[in-house]
Design a binder for this molecule. Structure first.
Ligand code: ADP
Ligand code: MG
Length: 366
């Protein structure tokens, strides 16, 4: 087959266009891929939970890895200060001090003060001195991980005598000495804020790095820290688990969020059934029994991780009306689910909310 000069020029030009297009898509395709695929780390363990991180930005893979490591180290350092299971942590030393004052590190002192502030604001629905009662039910971590141990309903007398130890008013703090003293027989667990505080620690590291445009840390699935946004200004899709679903992955809804902290507490995390009764790990400090407020899951969004973690627990204890009051006072947003499949969603989450399980009824609230 012979081509005229004109035909040869057209073929050559088409060739250049095809090569040009391939080159364009190779360069830009890879460019887009590099920007859009996050640097991911998972499988690390801290705060009794699996930790995973996703980072976006202009950093190289090596630099991203260094940031993820630095964030994980910050979480481990915090754990070393607040874990009540470690005798040498600030909380471990405090719980053994038999009423003597114990000096704290700045970070653990601030977190403890934040716990006491939420205890006051929630009228004691959240109380970091609840540990002896949590232990009585077997919901503390050593028992939860010990397959030979089973959760059980304690003796009523034991609940009453142990409940007498639960009172955040008896925790005395001394700002000048950065020291803490407990009342007789008391012990403290900052676990109700630990996962959220871990998110704060990681996000602080992300924020220090100009090469990170978006970062996400997930601690045990129940607390999440979000720094910035995803590429092209996109939000993060955060799934809320169906509290009466078949398990993780069976979701109730998705909320779209940027630059904030999210924590969920629910009566499905640790529980057991005896006869027709259902017992779970969120304890009402007034009664010493698992809360029965009607709210079975609370997802709280705000600008601080530890606060979101504590508020989500408080909301489950308080029930809808008191929870909404507390959230307003704390400038936090929430999705509350009750045991009759009603959802109460605060205005700030309305625009990014999509329902997955349509058997729930949506109510938007102030
Ligand atoms: P997660 O451990 O996933 O963050 P929650 O936010 O629901 O779960 O916190 C529940 C934990 O907090 C319990 O396992 C218990 O140690 C502690 N806790 C239970 N009830 C209270 C309460 N009323 N106030 C403070 N802490 C509580
Ligand atoms: Mg929590």
């Amino acid at each position: 087959m012979k081509f005229s000069v004109k035909e040869k020029m057209v073929i050559a030009a088409s060739g250049f266009i095809v090569i040009g297009l391939i080159a364009y898509y190779v360069v830009n395709g890879i460019g887009i891929k590099m920007e859009r695929t996050p640097h991911e780390t998972s499988g690390l363990f801290a705060m009794g939970s699996v930790i995973s991180q996703k980072l976006y930005g202009s950093h190289s893979e090596v630099e991203m890895d260094a940031v993820a490591n630095e964030a994980f180290t910050a979480v481990k350092e915090l754990e070393g200060l607040i874990s009540w299971q470690s005798e040498s942590s600030d909380i471990g030393r405090l719980n053994k001090a038999e009423g003597e004052a114990v000096s704290f590190n700045k970070k653990s002192y601030e977190l403890l003060k934040q716990n006491l502030a939420v205890a006051r604001k929630s009228s004691g629905a959240f109380d970091p001195t609840i540990l002896p009662v949590v232990k009585l039910w077997g919901f503390d971590p050593p028992h939860a991980q010990d397959s030979s141990f089973s959760y059980h309903v304690p003796k009523i007398d034991d609940i009453h005598s142990t409940l007498a130890l639960v009172d955040y008013h008896k925790v005395i703090t001394d700002d000048a000495a950065q020291a803490v003293r407990l009342g007789a027989g008391q012990s403290i667990d900052l676990g109700g804020s630990g996962k959220g505080a871990a998110c704060d620690a990681a996000v602080e590291v992300y924020r220090k790095n100009a090469g990170i445009s978006g970062g996400m840390i997930v601690v045990g699935g129940s607390s999440i820290g979000l720094m910035g946004e995803k590429p092209e200004g996109k939000s993060w899709d955060i799934a809320i688990r169906d509290p009466r679903g078949t398990g993780a992955g069976d979701n109730l809804a998705i909320i779209q969020l940027k630059n904030c902290f999210v924590s969920t507490s629910g009566d499905y995390e640790k529980f057991f059934a005896e006869g027709s009764d259902y017992y779970h790990h969120i304890i009402n400090p007034r009664t010493g029994w698992p809360s029965k407020s009607g709210i079975i899951s609370a997802t709280v969004v705000c600008s601080n991780g530890a606060l979101s973690d504590m508020l989500s627990t408080a909301c489950v204890v308080l029930g809808k009306d008191a929870a909404l009051e507390l959230l307003k006072e704390a400038a936090a947003e929430a999705v509350l689910a009750d045991d009759a499949k009603n959802l109460y969603i605060t205005q700030g989450l309305k625009s990014g909310f999509s329902l997955i399980n349509e058997s729930y009824t949506i109510n938007y609230v102030q």
